[in-house]
Each structure stands twice: as C-alpha cells, then as structure tokens.
Design a protein around this ligand. Structure first.
Ligand SMILES: *Cc1c(COP(=O)(O)O)cnc(C)c1O
Length: 488
C-alpha cells in the first residue's frame, strides 16, 4: 500500500528472499535488456555487464576519498585521465580527475571557473557564465548551486549556438564560456573553434561539455566521419568533460574532467587543514568515492582499447544512420537540425500529427521514449545493440504516426495533452512550482513510487507506473483548472 510507511524489518530477512524481492520489484522497470530504452542505459549485453560487475566487485569496498590510501584506485584514476587526455589530444600539461557522473564534472567546472575568477579577477562581484540554450541542465544546476548567473546564448538557424550572440554576451563579469560536443537535446556539436577564438580574444576560459561525445566522437573521427575539431586541438579550449559511463560503456558512476593546465585544476580542489578529523583534501564534490566505479572505468577502457571503441562507434553510427534515414523518409516527421552523431530528436511536420501522441503510441508498443520541449519532439540516444531493434522501432514509428494521423483526437488522451500543456504553457514559474510540489510529494514523508511492493509480493505482474500516471494526471488537471481560472 502506497500510504503505509516502510519500517525496518523486526527480524532480518534471508539474503535469498531479499534478492528474490529485489528482482521482483524490478519487473515493471524499463526493459533495457531488450533494448526498449532510448536514454538512461548504455547496455552492451550480459557478457560485458558480468565483466564490469566483476571489476566493480573487486574494488567494491575500496574508497577513493583519500588518494594516499588505495594506491590502486589512484593508479586507475590517473590512467583513465591519461588515456582520455590522449584520446582528446591533450598535450603534456593536461590533467584532471575522475568524478561520479557528468553532472559532477559540470558542477566542478562551474566551481573551478568561479574560483579561478575570484583569484585572478577579484573585482567580479556577480559572476556570469555564457552557455548555449541547449546546454545540459547540469549547467543550470551548477549555476544555481555556485551562485553564477547563467546567460543563455540563442541558437543560430542550424541549431548550433550563435557565436555572434555569444561574443556580444561576454562581458566583464563572464567567468566561463561553454560549448557542447554534442548537446543532449538535439545532438548538435557547437562551433567549438569559433568559441575558442572568442575565449582567447576575451581572455575567458572555455569548457567543452563532451559528457556525451567524449568516448564516441574521437572514434567516429578515426572511422572517417567528417567532424569539425572540438577537443584540446582547438586553441582556447581550457577544459573538457567526458562520461565514461555513457559511450565509454563502463559501470555507472564514472566521468572525467580534464584541464589544459594544473593551475586551473587547482581551483577544483578542496583542502581544510583545521578539521579535528585530520587534514582533509578532496578533488571533487563527493566524500567517499566508490572504488568499484573507478576500477570498472579503467577495466572498460582496457578491454575495449582503440579498436574496440572504433567497432562500437561503427555499430552505433550505422544503427543511428538507419534510424535517421528512416525518419527522414517519413513525410510527417523531420529531424531537429542535422545531428552528426547518434543522439537526435525528431518532430512532426504535419499539423494532424501530434508528436506527443506518437510518443504515447510508441510507449504502448513497449518503447521507453523521452519527450522534449521547445520544440516539441521525441528523443533517441542510439547504442550498438539498438541494431537488433532498429527496423522494428521504425516500423512501430510508422504505425504510430499513421494511427495519430488517422485519429488526431489521440492527442487529447493519454499523456500527450499533459506534455503538450507543459511544453506550451507560457507561465514557466507556475510549471516549476507544480513540479516542486510533485517532487515534494515524491520525497516528502511516506513518498514513494511506484507502489510495487504489494503487487510483487502477491506474485502478480507489477503494477507498472500507475501511481506516476495518476499523479501526473492530477497535476495536469489542477494546472488546467488554475489556468482557465486565470484566463477567465
Ligand atoms: C549526460 C550529460 C550530462 C550529465 O551527465 P550525468 O552522468 O547524467 O550526470 C552533462 N552533459 C551532457 C552533454 C550530457 O549528455
């Protein structure tokens, strides 16, 4: 029952029973093993997963907090950093750290550049950072956490950041610039060379967010895909983030941040010398750092090597090309921009076809798909094993589009109106308030979701996401009521 609070079992449950329940409770989760997810999971099959589990397990209890304690972890971290720096054409001076995720890498870059500016340009009272509209939301989070004002640069017609606008937005308070390679929503690579030139001209550091592309683009280039330079070869690029746990196919909990110069990295470090617990020094946001994630990242890079990653990149790109071609061939749909890699969005170009209704139809066919706003679109992040389902995905997409075209009223049922509403509503502050209220429901006292316990215990098929849909439905209705009241 959803309203009942969990309590610690009076008597411990047997390990066997606990493991059974863990398995049962996952019954309603997205089916990534059958490649039904198009975000969140980078799955390469059971053999590789077992290998990562083993590597992770060997360092399961090890802690990367203190680099002087587990020398093995420091070695893995240094080698992951060096291997990544080599891939991204970093010179002699390039250095960096591993972090727990892309978001931590982005947050750290914001903190580092804020503090670099405090050191070198102490007159800046209200620091700003110029970021493309398509920057990952982690940059907004970093801006909020570290008190740096995000100045959002608009996109040019081709969907990449408008560098003329960027040049104008850089001011006396700007502590960093950002470009993405590629950005998450539409998969476009920002014009890093031009951003680098602005960075040099204005003497402001430029970070390249390659969380997504860091372990894909270098190998695409080796395979002969024409890509404009975006890494340390570009003058003016001062740091890069790359997620090992995305296209590096390591275990979750691993990303890398690299700096051109240790004099920049210095500002990422935290040291407190007066703690009764001892002198404390830590490279990132976390305290305890899971040894397993660090070891598994090293293990993944060793086991693939250059040729392994090239092979994975080829499979990824071949599959992405099939799907992109398939979408281009559907007259009702179009890609958003001309994304060069394996992440992209597509939208409707037919007034009768509501793209969110298409999303619902795809969902009902078992696909787990993300919805985007501005513009309203569906999203896909392609990985090698999607090769097995690419044709089926396209066939289902075709059917879904045809259904919505024949029955445009589908846009008024399911989750489509909710997504449409959220994307279109002009009062963004109200959306934010509603989402905060929903999150308070999820994380407040007794908040949990979905309530699968009873279903799984009874051995029934899990109750899927019913509570989530219910919540979302209620939220949408209350929103609509408020809006119609306001609108009179
Ligand atoms: C995924 C991603 C991030 C954030 O990474 P997490 O590991 O999800 O925290 C940041 N930037 C880009 C471009 C990303 O694709």
């Amino acid at each position: 029952m959803a309203s009942e609070r969990a309590t610690l079992p009076e008597k411990g449950v047997s390990r066997k029973r606990v493991l059974e329940r863990l398995k049962a409770y996952g019954a309603g989760d997205p089916d990534y093993r059958r490649m039904r997810t198009w975000s969140l999971v980078y799955y390469l099959g059971e053999e590789h997963t077992k290998f990562l589990e083993k590597a992770h397990g060997m360092y399961f209890s090890a802690n990367g907090l203190n680099p002087m304690a587990f020398r093995s972890l420091k070695r893995f971290e240094s080698e992951v950093v060096d291997m990544t720096a080599g891939m991204l054409h970093g010179g002699e001076g390039v250095c960096g750290t591993m972090t727990s995720c892309g978001t931590e890498s982005c947050l750290l870059a914001v903190k580092t550049y804020r503090d670099l500016a405090r050191d070198r340009r102490p007159w800046i009272r209200r620091p700003e950072m110029v970021i493309p509209e398509t920057a990952h939301v982690a940059w907004e989070k970093g801006a909020e956490y570290f008190g740096v004002k995000p100045v959002r640069a608009p996109l040019a017609a081709d969907g990449r950041v408008d560098t003329k606008a960027v040049r104008k937005l850089v001011g006396r308070r700007t502590v960093m610039l950002l470009g993405s390679a590629p950005e998450y929503p539409h998969g476009m690579i920002d014009p890093i060379e031009e951003l680098g030139a602005i960075a040099l001209e204005k003497k402001v550091p430029l970070h390249v967010d390659a969380c997504l592309g860091g372990y894909l683009l270098p190998f695409m280039e080796m395979l002969g895909h024409p890509l404009p330079p975006w890494d340390f070869r570009v003058p003016g690029v001062s740091s890069i983030s790359a997620d090992t746990h995305k296209y590096g196919f390591s275990a979750k909990g691993a990303s890398v941040i690299l700096y051109r110069d240790v004099e920049i990295l210095k500002h990422q470090l935290f040291v407190y010398e007066n703690w009764p617990g001892g002198i404390f020094a830590s490279p990132g946001i976390l305290g305890t750092r899971a040894g397993g994630s660090i070891a598994a990242a090293w293990a993944a890079m060793q086991v693939f090597g250059k040729d392994g990653y090239m092979k994975l990149s080829r499979q990824t790109m071949d599959t992405a090309d099939i799907i992109k071609q398939g979408i281009r061939a559907m007259p009702e749909l179009e890609l958003v921009g001309d994304p060069p890699a394996s992440v992209f969005a597509y939208r409707s170009r037919d007034r009768r076809v509501n793209i969110f209704a298409v999303g619902d139809r795809m969902e009902s066919r078992g696909w787990h798909i993300d919805r985007l706003q501005r513009p309203e679109a569906l999203h896909a992040m392609v990985t090698p094993l999607h090769a097995k389902v690419a044709r089926r995905y396209l066939a289902d997409l075709k059917k879904s589009v045809a259904e919505v075209k024949k029955n445009p009223k589908l846009a008024e049922s399911g989750s489509a109106p909710m997504y449409g509403m959220i994307a279109a509503v002009p009062l963004r502050g109200m959306i934010k308030k509603q989402v905060v209220a929903m999150m308070m429901g999820l994380y407040g006292p007794g908040g949990k979701m979905p309530a699968l316990d009873s279903a799984a215990d009874a051995g029934e098929e899990a109750a899927r996401n019913l509570p989530l849909a219910e919540r979302a439905g209620r939220w949408y209705l209350s929103l609509r009521n408020r809006l119609t009241k306001r609108g009179g």
